[in-house]
Design a protein around this ligand. Structure first.
Ligand code: G3I
Length: 335
């Protein structure tokens, strides 16, 4: 029999975040991607800092490399992202302007990129991570300046900027499916309540939102019941549900002496299996936009560099070989 693959096993698209460097320069990377996946998200190439490095100067070459590769190999392309409080160009951090000038920056960024990729990108994370972890309020730079919770967008554009981002994106590409993307749904509590209120409110007002992205940057100590109940509540909104940035840390405590023991490998594998199973069980088939891992090879994960710790969060090891996590995920997609 043919060897099983993630994309053949999954009853929905299987995606990965990818870098242009990986797909252009690394044959191992290309090989795994082409064999296992049928959807991609740009890791950073479509964000504001890359696409508009100076005001009014647009740079889509890195994103185009990914989009062209996706088209050549018949992948679904998920756009990521238009509006985020991070990955902003330096000029924007010091931008001085009145409310109409800010609105123009915001609208121009969204509409120029949406128009550039019209017909090539199936869907977009329109707004990313707009809600605070601690109190469910919108991030707002004025709240506690400099503490990492802030967003220039809410401050300069007012609380309804999220709805306007969706409207602007829809004007430039009416066929693209538009998502609100965030992390921490599995914690339950105020942040999840707030996200559900946000997306339900947008939907009720007729704002063109099609789905919600549940990033799922989780670790092996995650409360699995929280994952199941979040998926059910997200599905109850009637929107598409995308597991948009899945990875599973095995070293959340940042132990400098940790080794990736077989016990840890199996625990991680069981969790990958659980996630695929509970996604299938909790989200009706018509609402499953798919599962996207945030990269697929441990060597390419953002986690070790970002948190300055050892970690092995993904289904493939640093040599692009399948880990137990891969087989757990495959099993969860098929059984
Ligand atoms: O700026 C340079 C660019 O000029 C150069 O071409 C490139 C060559 O490698 O490096 C660039 O810096 C990159 C930067 O993004 C650009 O903003 C870094 O290498 C790159 O690692 C970096 O980090 C990404 C980050 O988002 C910011 O965009 C991470 O790889 C990516 O994993 C991370 O992804 C986020 C999601 O978008 C949202 N959710 C959380 C997730 C993890 O933080």
């Amino acid at each position: 029999p043919p060897v099983a693959t993630l994309k053949a096993a999954a009853p929905f698209p299987m995606g990965s975040a990818v870098t242009s460097n990986g797909i252009l320069n690394n044959y191992y990377y290309q090989g795994v991607l082409l064999t296992e996946y049928n959807s991609m998200t740009a890791d950073y190439e479509m964000k504001f800092d890359i696409t508009e490095p100076q005001q009014g100067t647009f740079n889509y070459a890195p994103g185009d490399a990914i989009v062209n590769f996706a088209a050549l190999h018949h992948f679904r392309m998920h756009g990521h992202n238009f509006i985020w409080h991070q990955a902003l160009p330096a000029w924007l951090l010091t931008f001085q302007g009145d409310a109409p000038a800010w609105e123009n920056v915001f609208k121009t960024h969204i509409q120029t990129e949406a128009a550039h990729y019209k017909g090539q990108v199936a869907s977009w994370d329109v707004v990313n991570e707009a809600i605070r972890d601690d109190n469910g309020q919108l991030r707002n730079e004025d709240a506690t300046p400099g503490d990492g919770t802030g967003s220039i967008w809410r401050r300069h554009l007012g609380p309804d900027y999220i709805a306007r981002a969706f409207v602007y994106a829809h004007q430039s590409d009416p066929n693209a499916l538009l998502f609100y993307n965030d992390y921490g749904q599995e914690w339950g509590g105020i942040k999840l309540d707030s996200m559900i209120a946000l997306v339900s409110g947008l939907k009720k007002r007729g704002i063109p939102i099609s789905g919600i992205g549940m990033q799922m940057h989780i670790d092996i100590n995650v409360d699995t019941a929280g994952i199941t109940s979040a998926l059910k509540r997200l599905a109850a909104t009637g929107l598409l549900v995308h597991l948009s940035e899945l990875d599973i840390s095995v070293n959340p405590g940042a132990d400098p002496n940790i080794t990736f023991t077989s016990a840890l490998q199996l625990k991680q594998a069981a969790l990958y299996q659980f996630i695929a199973e509970t996604y299938r069980a909790s989200v009706p088939a018509a609402q499953r936009y798919g599962i996207t891992t945030w990269e697929f090879c441990d060597a390419d994960s953002w986690i070790p560099a970002f948190f300055n710790r050892k970690d092995w969060p993904l289904p493939f090891d640093a040599a692009y070989k399948k880990k137990p996590a891969y087989f757990g995920l495959l099993k969860g997609l098929t059984n």
